[in-house]
Write a protein that binds this ligand. Structure first.
Ligand code: SF4
Length: 348
């Protein structure tokens, strides 16, 4: 089990729920727009949000932003360690900084002292683009080099007494990412921030993120997740929540399972399953609902669902736990299935 750190009021690590993160695309100094973008992400399931702090204007904006955003804010800093100090002063709940690009020991010590003074954690780590030369020379461009480089960045802060560290080791391909995090988990107890960096966009980006993050989650590795997508941050949050659900790490939702359909199917399974998914998307209770294409196989194949429907041309069968309970006209499939869902939710 990893150690736990607090990011504002949100625990990361230990036995706590795996959190979802994203990063604003709006410039931090445009406070109202930035807050609007981030609060929409919070409503979609983000637990922690990050902003780029490029200069003094961004660092100053953090103060108002922290009051407007309904989640703790991580300040993302490069090169200028003084921006980390200003961000901490202005309410950042965590600092993301690479000790390798802020100067030397004097600057790292100044940031470390500030982290301890404000009691906030730091995310250290490495990306495939920021692996230290020493490790590239020793291991080549590999998971080992990435993990060693990430551990080195944590040690830079440890040296000055910082204990609240979250670590990341992101590559732009899923395989290296997975291997690097497995090495980190074996070698340290820091909470791990998972992600495949520069995963791209669209369906491929989501799938790449899901393969990398999902593999680690299935190994029991990972404390907080960011799906990096070339897309609005709310899409990252939606993808992260769905990865956590699919990996069995979030159970408080309605899962609609449905068959792929085949030549036996005589009704609109795709349309009905989408309607049921939409109708239950705000359900925060664990229920599994099956929408199956035919009576011949549907009831049996859907037996792991709490409630379900197996369709036919004129009639559909409603079932619970694999047992048929009643037959309804096909035209009333949606209404009757939703009645059954609501009944189950009331009783359970
Ligand atoms: S449940 Fe019926 S329609 Fe759906 S895939 Fe199985 S056999 Fe085909």
């Amino acid at each position: 089990m990893s150690n736990m750190v607090m990011v504002g009021g949100v625990p990361v690590g230990g036995n706590n729920r795996i959190t979802v993160q994203t990063m604003a695309t709006v410039k931090t100094e445009r406070v109202d727009e930035c807050a609007e973008e981030l609060n929409a992400c919070v409503d979609a399931g983000a637990d922690i949000v990050r902003v780029a702090v490029r200069d003094e204007a961004d660092a100053s904006a953090l103060k108002t932003l922290a009051e407007k955003v309904r989640a703790p804010i991580v300040a993302d800093i490069h090169f200028d360690y003084r921006l980390a100090l200003r961000s901490a002063e202005n309410g950042a709940a965590k600092i993301r900084i690479n000790p390798g690009n802020i100067g030397g020991k004097r600057e790292i010590k100044a940031v470390s002292d500030c982290l301890k003074q404000y009691g906030i954690p730091v995310r250290a780590g490495a990306n495939s683009g920021s692996i230290e030369k020493e490790f590239l020379d020793k291991y080549g461009r590999s998971a080992e080099a990435l993990a060693e480089s990430a551990l080195r960045s944590a040690r830079c802060f440890e040296e000055f007494g910082v204990e609240n560290i979250v670590l990341s080791a992101k590559a732009s391909d899923a395989e290296t990412t997975v291997k690097a995090y497995r090495i980190l988990r074996a070698r340290c107890d820091y909470p791990l921030h998972l992600g495949v960096t520069e995963a791209g966009g669209g369906r491929y980006g989501i799938i790449k993120g899901a393969v990398g993050i999902g593999s680690l989650l299935m190994d029991g590795i990972g404390d907080t997740v960011r799906v990096s997508l070339t897309a609005p941050p709310i899409e990252e949050v939606r993808a992260a929540v769905e990865i956590l659900r699919a990996a069995g790490k979030r159970k408080d939702f309605a899962e609609v399972i449905s068959c792929p359909t085949c030549g036996r199917c005589d009704y609109d399974v795709i349309g009905l399953s989408e309607k049921i998914r939409k109708a239950t998307e705000n359900t925060h209770k664990r229920i599994k609902i099956a929408v199956m294409g035919c009576v011949v196989n549907g009831v049996g194949e859907g037996r792991e669902a709490d409630v379900g429907i197996a369709g036919g041309k004129d009639k559909c069968v409603i079932f619970r736990g694999g047992e048929a309970v009643r037959t309804v006209p096909a035209g009333e499939a949606e209404t009757e299935l939703m009645k059954e869902v609501e009944l189950w939710l009331t009783k359970n």
